[in-house]
Design a protein around this ligand. Structure first.
Ligand code: PTJ
Length: 241
């Protein structure tokens, strides 16, 4: 891994990139995962690289839903495994949620490696290697899942997801929580709760914040995110040296 001095003004961002590059080299993250991250980074820059108030609201709502869930599942992909392996295992333990590796660019080798990473972090059972069910409406490879995990879940946390699968999960009647820095993505628009925050900040928040039972409306929350961005950019555009 490239040594990044802690004094570098963009230390955290560069370190996160390096974790993904390492993930690709270790065969955990897909190459497309780097592109996905670049898109996320651009939105994070616009947000100011901090957890904004509507994201906090979504995080509190997500905690409540995860606490109330009967069969919660966390879907893990190559970016999640590279960036927050220990945090995601902690969330799974905290909410008694099953972990399932479900990949867009699916290979059994990559699934096996991601399972090992999660097990190294203390996960006792990680599903995904032996799919025995199908997410309805998705083509063969992407739809593969386990009956015990994703198929039978009532609540599913799917960070950094593609829009098709999020829609298919909603169509199956599941409550979908996502973490996505892009408030305009199809996933963000489709999910029941969208946390517009960087996963590296959102995961610790999901472990630390208290739940909120108040009614949560995803469309309203995404409007608040866009308002926040608009106001921030307007303020910046008016700043003079
Ligand atoms: O490991 P695989 O094969 O399952 O592939 C995973 C990726 C992420 C490559 C795949 O799901 C994909 O192509 O996703 P998309 O359609 O590019 O969507 C990823 C979304 O996550 C985009 O809207 C990004 O803005 C967002 N994103 C990227 N990095 C982060 C993020 N959101 C939160 N935190 C991040 N660090």
């Amino acid at each position: 891994m490239t040594e990044i001095p802690k004094t570098h003004p963009r230390y955290l961002s560069l370190r996160t990139r390096e974790m993904l590059v390492e993930g690709v080299e270790a065969g955990i993250t897909s190459k497309a995962g780097l592109i996905a991250h670049g898109r996320g980074e651009a939105f994070d820059y616009i947000l100011g690289e901090e957890t904004i108030p509507p994201a906090l609201k979504a995080e509190r709502a997500a905690i409540h839903v995860l606490m109330e869930a009967e069969k919660p599942v966390i879907s893990v992909n190559g970016n999640v495994a590279a960036l927050v392996p220990s945090g995601i295992v902690e969330i799974s333990n905290r909410f008694e949620a099953k972990l399932e590796v479900n990949l867009f660019h699916r290979t059994p080798e990559r699934i096996g490696r991601i399972i090992s990473i999660l097990e190294e972090q203390g996960a006792e059972q990680v599903l995904g290697l032996e799919p025995d069910a199908k997410i309805k409406g998705l083509d063969h490879e992407r739809g593969k899942c386990t009956k015990e995990g994703i198929f039978d879940s009532d609540v599913i946390l799917v960070p950094l997801e593609d829009g098709d699968r999020a829609q298919a999960l909603v169509d199956m009647g599941k409550k979908v929580i996502t973490i996505d820095l892009n408030p305009l993505s199809r996933t963000s628009r489709t999910a029941d709760i969208t946390i517009v925050d960087n996963i590296v900040r959102a995961v610790p928040k999901l472990l630390d914040l208290s739940p909120s039972k108040s009614d949560f409306d995803n469309e309203d929350n995404l409007s608040e995110v866009l308002d926040h961005i608009f106001n921030r950019l307007k303020k910046l555009s008016q700043q003079k040296d």
